[in-house]
Design a protein. Structure first.
Length: 214
């Protein structure tokens, strides 16, 4: 509780002192790290977590209110998942919206003339510091064929499908879709549309949870 009463229902950045930090394993994309954290009266605890660069995702919505989904294999869960375009923030200092536009072009051969911040979330705050920003992209166009990205790996065989937003909501709620950015983005888009998009934020809206490199 705060001095003036119960805390507001809003997440607050308030880092506890880290007494010791070490890298347990340095990975290709993210590291496994260990911190000794001073919790004050609660004592000192040791926590291991993934130090992740963060990511962006894109709910691309066309003029018929259809959302773009891409089918991609995800080895950790041994499944093909229907997802929205997304990618890592692995370029130091890169603008988040620019990264989202790049991912939309590379994964879906699409451009967008209108961008808004739809929703922010932390993917697994008990095990990772990954922060993810989901953008809403509208007024879509096609990347010229000669400028298109050559996809490889799991992206090489992605299947593209345009799904009406209301149908996509149903697929989330009946357990058909599991990718977190798709689930969060689809539900946020439906809620924002119901409020006539009043909840949308500009692309330069503050994002304090984006990871700052050590």
């Amino acid at each position: 509780m705060s001095e003036t009463g119960p805390p507001r229902t809003v997440d607050e950045l308030d880092p506890r002192p880290v007494l010791r930090h070490e890298t347990v394993h340095a990975g290709r994309i993210f590291d496994l790290v260990r911190d000794d954290v001073d919790l004050g009266a609660a004592g000192t605890v040791t926590r291991e977590y993934l130090d992740h660069p963060g990511a962006v995702a894109v709910v691309a919505l066309d003029e018929a209110d259809r959302v773009l989904l891409l089918r991609q294999y995800r080895h950790p869960v041994r499944a093909f998942l229907w997802e929205v375009p997304a990618g890592l923030l692995d370029v130091e200092g890169e603008d988040a919206q620019a990264a989202a536009a790049r991912e939309l072009a590379e994964e879906a051969d699409l451009t967008a003339a209108r961008w808004d911040v739809l929703v922010d979330y932390t993917t697994t705050p008990g095990a990772s510091n990954e922060a993810l920003r989901v953008f809403l992209a509208r007024d879509l166009g096609r990347v010229p064929e000669h400028e298109r990205h050559v996809r490889s790996g799991e992206e090489a065989d992605m299947v593209e499908r345009w799904v009406p937003l209301d149908e996509a909501v149903g697929l989330v709620l009946d357990g058909s879709l599991h990718n977190p950015s798709a689930v969060v983005g689809i539900l946020a888009a439906a809620a924002s549309r119901a409020g006539r998009w009043a909840s949308l934020r500009p692309v330069e809206a503050p994002w304090p949870y984006r990871r700052v490199r050590r």
